[in-house]
Structure formats: C-alpha cells, structure tokens
Write a protein that binds this ligand. Structure first.
Ligand SMILES: O=C(O)Cc1cc(O)ccc1O
Ligand SMILES: [Fe+2]
Length: 432
C-alpha cells in the first residue's frame, strides 16, 4: 500500500494529467465525444467571472458524471460543528488543551472529527472551522466532500493516503494537504492511527502571500507545491458519498466508485507541501518581527491585508537578533490566534504546550511568553542560536475564534493555563 506516488509541481498551475494515453481532449474542453467514451465535467472553485489571476477551475474526464447518484439523506454528526454557533457563550480567556487522545474504538477521518472552534458564517462564505481529526480505520467504500469549505489538513501523527477525484497524495507530519471545497476524497491511515489539525476554510481559497520587497523568491516557493496525477478505479459496487452542506451532513448511495476521473486539466486540485521547504526570512539585526513573515498560505477577506485566515508556521531556524528580547513579545492583537504543535516545543511556552496540543489567544486577549521564558530570555547571553526540534503553527483570523462547547468543557482543557504567567513579577523600582 505504501507505494511511491508521483506529483505535478507548481502552485495554482494549469496542470494536465491523464491515467490512460490520449484521455485528455486536445485543443478544447468539451468535444462532442470525449476519448474513451468519458464524460466531461467542469469543477469550479471560484465564480466563473472571478478575475483571471484568482480564477480556479478544473475539467475532469470521468466514467460517469457526478450526478449519477442516489438522493441525499440527512445523517447526524455529533462533534463536527459549523459557524455560526447558536447560543454558545464565548469567554475571552486564554485557553490551552492537551492533545485529544487516540481512542481504541474504530473511527475514520469523518466520524472522528471534533470541532474545537469556529468563526464567521459558513453560508456567507467567510470564517473557518478548526477541528482535530483522529482515525484508526480507513473510510472503506465511503467518500466525502465538503460544500462548506476548503480543507487544510495539518498532520501531527501518522501517514495518510488521500484518495481524491483528481488522484492520490501521501501525506504525513511535517507536510500539509489542501483539498478544495467540493472535491470528493477519502482518507486512509497507512501505518497506524492518524491525528492532526484541520482548518475548514469557508472563505476564499488559500493563495500564497505577497512577497513585497523580499522579491521573487522565498517564503513558500510555488514550485514546492505538489499536485496528484490522474488516478481512477472502475468499480461497479455500492459506494457511499457523504457531504457536509450548510453545516449539515448528508449521505447518498452510488452504484460505482466516485474516483473515476481518468484525466483532468486545470488549476483547482488538491495539493500538498512539505513545511521544511519553507524558506524562512527573519531579522539579521534586532527586534522580533511580526509573525506574518512566517505565513505559508493566506485566505484573503474582502479587506486587503485582513486575512480570513493566515496559516503561519514557526519552523526550525537560526535566531541571531542582537540586544533583543527574542521570544514573541507580549501583545494584544485584533487578529485571533489558534495554535497547534506538530513536533518538539515552542519557544514562548517551554512546558504545557505539547505536540498535538492547542492554544487559543483571542481578539484583544493579552498573551506572550510564560514567566520562565521571560526570565531566561532577559538574562541569557545572546549568541547565534539554532532553534531545533520545533514546528508550531498558527491559524490566525480577523474574526474572533469561538471555542465550541466541547472544547470549553472537555477534560483536555487546561484549567490552570493562566497560571503560567503568575511568576511575572514586578521589576520596576523607579530607577532606569
Ligand atoms: O502568540 C504567539 O505565540 C504567536 C506569535 C508569535 C510571534 O513570534 C509573534 C506574535 C505572535 O502572536
Ligand atoms: Fe500571539
């Protein structure tokens, strides 16, 4: 099962790929008869009239059009919630969680999903859902698509195989996977239980941030984003299609595998990216820059510079700032910050923030390094230092991030999180 897959390269390129020779029509998208008797079906992730630079769509050539299916029937989902939450009180307190445990009872990628927080409004196409996925079994003959948003997966444990309409991707910790809104997929663990974070992006699809004066290279480079090659199965057996639509879950039966795309071309497709490829920029003089220098992907809102969601990482890197308080400064921010840790430890919190754990510092809620980190950072003799064994990330949003009732009440919530700042004592004595 653990075969080596090959990929196409380049963020948002007009890719083309065929699993059978000549399956992709040449010179036009929709000929009177497609090669191999395939059906042409366009898949649009942006409005037809979105500006060319932002426009995303792909043409699929498949054994049957997607509408060959049964009626959708509503099904429940206990823990996957959608914005806006109704009647949930949201305290502005700092919050932190231990990792959610990987239970023994069988759960797959969809059934094991737990929502930690939401913001915005899925039906109005802004905001995000923030979830933890946990799975110890594959999805079998089920496939899923999310009409409410694009899915950014941040694996924290275990290798997974994502089988999608547009091909297959193998993804593990240290990589991310983005699946466009509406793309059918299934996720199967490859080497034991899997766990990770999900940003369900109700807003505009992720793009690469501008580089400004940094120039034409650096940060996340376009060429490092990997797209699948066409892959299909011609299976005439019952399959179940699950969808999330307007916050509700529905299933429909199919008499065949939905993974029946023999060829495709276009720029809307799942992609993966290895975080170690991120070309880190930082100060070589003094002071701690804003964390926006670590943005991998951004989902813009309708106001320039105010992200619906920024996906920001804190990778291994050299720290050389002179005469500087090197950890993140104490701050209050209009943007809201939900953090996770993929491996190692995070420089602002040396204890209590574990791999698989999470924290939430909401709009205008004060936060910054814990007391022990402040003590050390203000006393240490500054020399160039390499930050190793670390990979934290942040989902940062212009909209306040509202923890779900589950997140507020679950036993993994650290009720004593605030205490990590208790030791910040008064140093002021009236003398400069
Ligand atoms: O709060 C945090 O730990 C995240 C963060 C890191 C940083 O380097 C600067 C600002 C910021 O919010
Ligand atoms: Fe912060």
């Amino acid at each position: 099962m653990n075969e080596t897959l090959s990929y196409l390269h380049g963020f948002g390129n007009e890719h083309e790929t065929e699993a059978l020779p000549g399956a992709l029509p040449q010179g036009q998208f929709s000929p009177q008869r497609c090669p191999y008797g395939l059906y042409a079906e366009q898949f649009s992730s942006t409005a037809f009239t979105a500006p060319r630079a932002a426009n995303r769509r792909s043409w699929t050539y498949r054994i049957r059009p997607s509408i060959v299916m049964g009626e959708y029937q509503p099904i429940p989902h206990e823990h996957w919630c959608t914005a806006p939450q109704q009647g949930v009180a949201v305290p502005p307190n700092v919050m932190r969680w231990d990792p959610l445990p990987l239970d023994d009872q069988p759960m797959d990628f969809v059934s094991g999903m737990v929502t930690m927080a939401v913001n915005g409004d899925a039906k109005a196409q802004h905001g995000v859902g923030i979830h933890v996925y946990r799975a110890n079994v594959g999805m079998g003959d089920s496939a899923f698509y999310n009409a409410d948003g694009e899915m950014l997966l941040v694996p924290q444990q275990g290798l997974l195989l994502a089988t999608t309409e547009l091909g297959r991707l193998q993804v593990g910790p240290g990589e991310i996977l983005v699946i466009p809104r509406g793309i059918k997929f299934r996720i199967d663990p490859l080497d034991g239980p899997i766990r990770g974070y999900v940003c369900e992006n109700y807003g505009a699809p992720f793009i690469l941030p501008e580089r400004g004066p940094v120039g034409a290279n650096g940060y996340a480079n376009d060429r490092d984003f990997q797209y699948p090659v066409a892959w299909f199965e011609d299976k005439e057996t019952p399959h179940r299609l699950i969808t999330k639509f307007c916050g509700g879950f529905h299933q429909a039966m199919l008499g065949h595998s939905p993974f029946d795309v023999v060829a495709w071309t276009g720029n809307s497709a799942p992609y993966k990216y290895e975080l170690a490829r991120f070309n880190v920029m930082n100060t070589v003089s003094f002071d701690h820059p804003d964390p926006s220098i670590f943005t991998v992907l951004t989902s813009p809102s309708d106001t320039e510079g105010w992200a619906n969601l920024d996906f920001v990482i804190f990778p291994p890197r050299w720290m050389v700032a002179e005469n500087t308080f090197r950890p993140p400064w104490y701050h209050r921010n209009i943007m809201s910050e939900f953090m996770g840790l993929i491996e190692g430890s995070y420089d602002a919190k040396e204890s209590g923030f574990e791999p698989g754990g999470m924290s939430l510092h909401n709009c205008m809620t004060p936060h910054g390094p814990e007391a022990a980190v402040f003590e050390k950072a203000t006393k240490v003799e500054l020399a160039p230092q390499r930050y190793e064994d670390t990979m934290a990330f942040m989902f940062e949003s212009r909209y306040a991030i509202e923890p779900t009732p589950y997140a507020q009440r679950c036993p993994q919530r650290q009720q004593d999180y605030l205490r990590c700042w208790d030791g910040l004592k008064k140093h002021f004595n009236g003398q400069a």
